[in-house]
Ligand binder design. Structure first.
Ligand SMILES: *Cc1c(COP(=O)(O)O)cnc(C)c1O
Length: 403
C-alpha cells in the first residue's frame, strides 16, 4: 500500500507523532488549502476525502491494527481534516472537536488546581463564561489582563503561572496582541502561550511562527465559513503536548462527527478566496462607515488609523473581515438593527452571509458590567461580520439602516 493512503495515515494515531512536516513544504498554501494534507486517496483515486462513518475498525490479526480502532479515538475522515489544519497552522498535530467551546474546555484541563492562568480580558463571551462559571470552581486561578498592555502582562506573572491565553484580534474591540512578545513572556515564566486564532484563521495569521505553543479555533466561523457547521480545534506546535492532549480529547469524547469533518474539509478548499474577498468587502465597508455622520468610531486592524496597524502588518498577512463600530446615539442601535434588510441581525461570524451583532446583549451578555465598561463594550457598539455579498449592496443596506 502506498504510504500516503488513508490506511497508512492511521499509523500516525498509533505513534501519536502528528504530521510529517517535511511533506507539507512542496506546495504553496493556496494549493494546500484546495488539496488538503493527503491530496487524493491513492488507493481508490477519490479526489475528495472519503467519508467514513464506521465507528469500529476490524483488526487484521491479533496484535495488529490499521491504526484505527474506535471512532472516538480516531476516524480517517476526521484525521484528514486534523492533519490539514495542523499543516495550515505550521503545527504538528491537531484535534477536531464538536465545537470551539468543546476544544477550549478540553484544553483547559491541561491546568491543575493552584495553577495561575493569565487570560486576555477582551475575549469571546463563551470563553469568559467557561473560565468564570465552570473552571474557576476547580481551583484554577484565572486572571483577566489587558493582553495589549506589556507592562500589565509582565506584572501579572507569578511563580504559579502556567499559561497565557489570548485572542488576537480581540473580540469585539479588535485590539491586537503582540504574539512574539507574549510568547517570550510566557516562556520566560515557564508557561505556555495559547492563541485563539478564530478571527484570522491560519490563512492570515500563524501564531506558531511567533512562538505560540497551542492554537485553538472555533471552526464554526471562517474555517466552516457557511454558517452550517459547529466545530472546534486544538493545534499544537510540537510533540511535547501531543500525548497529553490526545489522552484528554479521547477520554472526554467531544470529537467532530465524520460528516462535519468532511464538510469542513470541503469548506477549507475555499478558505483563501473567501478570506481575501471578505477582507476586500470589509475595507469597502470601513471606508463607508468612517465617513458616516452617525458613526463615531470604527475599529478594524487594517485601517491605517488603528493604533496597532503596524503590529498587524508585522505579524499577519491580512486583517480579516470583522469590523466593530459605534453609533453616536444608543437609541439608533435598535433602529438600525430593525431596518437592516440584507445584513442579518444574528449572533455569529465568519460565514459567507453578513451578520450584525450587538455584543452587549448577545455575545458578551455574560460579562459583568465593570468589565464591559472598561473594555468599551457599550450600548452604542455593533460588531459586523462582513460576508461575501456584493459590497455595493451591503453599503446600500447600511446607508438606509443608518439614515
Ligand atoms: C465562537 C467563538 C468561540 C466558541 O466557539 P463555538 O464553536 O461557538 O463553540 C471561541 N472563540 C472565539 C473567538 C469565537 O468567536
Amino acid at each position: 500500500m502506498d504510504e500516503t493512503s488513508f490506511q497508512a495515515m492511521g499509523e500516525q494515531i498509533k505513534d501519536l507523532n502528528g504530521i510529517d512536516v517535511d511533506r507539507c513544504s512542496g506546495w504553496h498554501e493556496g494549493t494546500r488549502l484546495v488539496r488538503g494534507y493527503t491530496d487524493f486517496d491513492r488507493s481508490t483515486g477519490t479526489i475528495n476525502a472519503p467519508l467514513y462513518f464506521s465507528t469500529a475498525y476490524a483488526h487484521p490479526e491479533y496484535g495488529k491494527t490499521t491504526g484505527f480502532c474506535y471512532s472516538r479515538c480516531g476516524n480517517p475522515t476526521r484525521l484528514e481534516l486534523e492533519n490539514t489544519i495542523a499543516m495550515l497552522e505550521h503545527g504538528k498535530k491537531a484535534w477536531a472537536f464538536s465545537s470551539g467551546m468543546a476544544a477550549i474546555s478540553t484544553l483547559l484541563k491541561l491546568f491543575a488546581p493552584g495553577d495561575h492562568v493569565i487570560v486576555g480580558d477582551d475575549l469571546y463571551g463563551g470563553t469568559y463564561r467557561l473560565i468564570e462559571d465552570v473552571y474557576a470552581a476547580y481551583g484554577v486561578d484565572f486572571q483577566m489582563v489587558d493582553a495589549t498592555d506589556a507592562q500589565a502582562m509582565r506584572a501579572a506573572i507569578r511563580p504559579t503561572t502556567r499559561g497565557i491565553f489570548v485572542e488576537t484580534p480581540t473580540n469585539p474591540m479588535m485590539k491586537v496582541v503582540d504574539l512574539a512578545a507574549t510568547a517570550a513572556l510566557a516562556h520566560e515564566a515557564g508557561a505556555i502561550l495559547i492563541v485563539d486564532n478564530t478571527f484570522l484563521t491560519p490563512y492570515f495569521q500563524k501564531p506558531f511562527d511567533f512562538g505560540a505553543d497551542v492554537v485553538v479555533h472555533s471552526g464554526t466561523k471562517y474555517l466552516g465559513g457557511h454558517h452550517d457547521i459547529t466545530s472546534g480545534f486544538i493545534v499544537v506546535r510540537d510533540e511535547s503536548l501531543v500525548e497529553r492532549i490526545f489522552m484528554l480529547s479521547m477520554s472526554e469524547g467531544g470529537m467532530l462527527s465524520p460528516f462535519d469533518s468532511w464538510l469542513t474539509l470541503r469548506s477549507l478548499k475555499t478558505l483563501g478566496v473567501r478570506m481575501e474577498r471578505q477582507q476586500a468587502n470589509a475595507f469597502a465597508l470601513v471606508d463607508f462607515l468612517k465617513q458616516h455622520p452617525r458613526v463615531t468610531q470604527v475599529v478594524y486592524p487594517g485601517d491605517p488609523d488603528h493604533p496597532a496597524y503596524g503590529l498587524s502588518q508585522a505579524q499577519t498577512t491580512g486583517f480579516g473581515a470583522m469590523v466593530s463600530f459605534k453609533l453616536a446615539h444608543a437609541e439608533d442601535v435598535p433602529v438600525c438593527l430593525n431596518r437592516l434588510k440584507l445584513i442579518l441581525f444574528a449572533e455569529s461570524l465568519g460565514g459567507v452571509e453578513s451578520l450584525m451583532t450587538f455584543p452587549l446583549v448577545q455575545t458578551h451578555g455574560a460579562m459583568p458590567a465593570d468589565l464591559l465598561d472598561r473594555l468599551g463594550i457599550d450600548d452604542r457598539l455593533l460588531r459586523f461580520s462582513v460576508g461575501l455579498e456584493d459590497p455595493e449592496d451591503l453599503i446600500r443596506d447600511l446607508e438606509q439602516a443608518l439614515s
